[in-house]
Write a protein that binds this ligand. Structure first.
Ligand code: SF4
Length: 403
């Protein structure tokens, strides 16, 4: 499946852990407004996830959730084209989280880099919570419950999408097998011969019972080397390893964002003890204050010193918000020292403000019409619930929990 596949179901979300900043717009929201025209898109405000990992109070998360919804709408996410909803308004998602939790080894969650980073960032007195450990599974449950085929996200999310695929595979393996399939797989194992058959079975068990991914890779490697099996038998054993007979849950793909990352999602101004960022609703004065305080290429000590835009921390912002002609002007002006950093920053401020002005205006209008925003979110949650309920019904049926 490629990024141009317009039939793909797409799922993406953001945690409402603060007000949206320029980096969120550039890396996520702007992309959503493009993707919604070409895909069956579901965008969620992941408030349960925010509660699990952020340490904010529920009241703060509620405030941030509404602000995020309004910002998304103000940026052009269109509820007629995409399903925009608040995660906790679809309670069936937590049921699916629980079902998937029953097949997910704790060790898989513990070894995810995001969890290890979060634990490392906790104070000595503060231990990791159960919800913090389970947050990536919650994210996986959202994607699988919505039958997401693709997940557009930055490279830092690759491990989470891979984890989601592992969970789907494991669920399929446990609940997707039938007797006929088992018999055929057993015959194919017998064809492997005594030694390879035993190895394959040991690794298969280590993967199935303990979630040992190294064992999974070894078993897959062993199958790739077999010439005793025909293609059908190979596929049968690979299917046995990867998910059993039926694919109850699909395995989503990661579409990596091509957007150059801004200087983190937190654009902090440095110096003078300031701690400011450019938010989607920042006014011109605030944008100016932040950009003017940002460092530039350290080689440009004096105005007459030539610089290198690639070494300037502001350059990724320029690339995102400055039109080509002005970008060219800034690039050559910097290299030839024909412009100063103040002029260059002034140009950038202008273009960021031009982008944000209409967003600020629409957000202000929506702030004055909370009834309409609430109705849009109710409708979005109902649409998402229709899909998630179908998935939940199927999962309950296949695991035999139908009373
Ligand atoms: Fe950065 Fe522009 Fe200064 Fe070059 S001229 S160092 S790109 S601010």
């Amino acid at each position: 499946m490629s990024a141009t596949d317009t039939s793909a179901r797409l799922v993406s979300g953001l945690r409402p852990t603060g007000h949206l900043q320029l980096g969120h717009y550039q890396a996520v929201i702007r992309r959503w407004t493009e993707l919604q025209y070409h895909h069956d898109a579901y965008f969620l405000v992941a408030d349960w996830n925010a509660l699990a990992v952020s340490g904010h109070t529920p009241h703060e998360i509620e405030q941030y959730s509404w602000a995020m919804v309004i910002d998304c709408l103000a940026c052009g996410v269109n509820p007629k084209l995409a399903t925009l909803f608040i995660q906790s308004w679809v309670p069936e998602l937590t049921d699916i989280h629980m079902i998937l939790g029953s097949v997910t080894p704790k060790a898989w969650l513990e070894r995810l880099p995001s969890y290890r980073e979060m634990v490392a960032g906790l104070g000595e007195q503060q231990g990791a919570s159960f919800a913090m450990l389970g947050a990536p599974l919650m994210q996986a449950a959202d994607i699988l419950a919505l039958r997401g085929e693709v997940v557009p996200a930055g490279p830092e999310q690759r491990a989470h999408v891979e984890f989601t695929r592992e969970v789907a595979r494991r669920f399929n393996h446990r609940y997707g097998r039938d007797a006929g399939f088992e018999e055929q797989a057993e015959r194919a194992i017998a064809r492997l011969g005594k030694k390879s058959g035993r190895l394959y079975r040991d690794w298969l068990t280590a993967y199935q019972e303990e979630g040992d991914l190294d064992a999974f890779e070894r078993a897959r490697g062993l199958l790739a080397e077999q010439d005793k099996l025909n293609r059908h038998q190979q596929e049968r054993l690979l299917g046995y390893l990867e998910g059993g007979g039926r694919r109850i849950l699909g395995e989503p793909e990661h579409w990596q964002s091509e957007t150059p990352s801004l200087l983190g999602m937190e654009l902090k101004a440095s110096g003078g003890g300031r701690d400011e960022a450019i938010f989607l609703r920042s006014n011109r004065r605030e944008i100016e204050a932040c950009i003017r305080d940002m460092p530039t290429d350290p080689a440009r000590v004096r105005r007459s010193d030539p610089g290198d835009p690639e070494r300037c921390p502001l350059w990724s912002l320029h690339q995102s918000f400055t039109p080509d002609a002005d970008l060219q002007w800034a690039s050559s002006g910097c290299r030839e020292a024909s412009i100063g950093c103040l002029e260059c920053k002034g140009c950038l401020i202008e273009h960021i403000d031009t982008t944000l002005a209409p967003i600020r205006e629409r957000a202000e209008e929506l702030e004055g019409n909370h009834g309409k925003v609430r109705t849009l979110m109710t409708e979005g949650a109902e649409r998402a619930r229709d899909t998630v309920r179908d998935t939940l019904d199927e999962l309950r049926r296949v695991i035999g929990l139908t009373y």
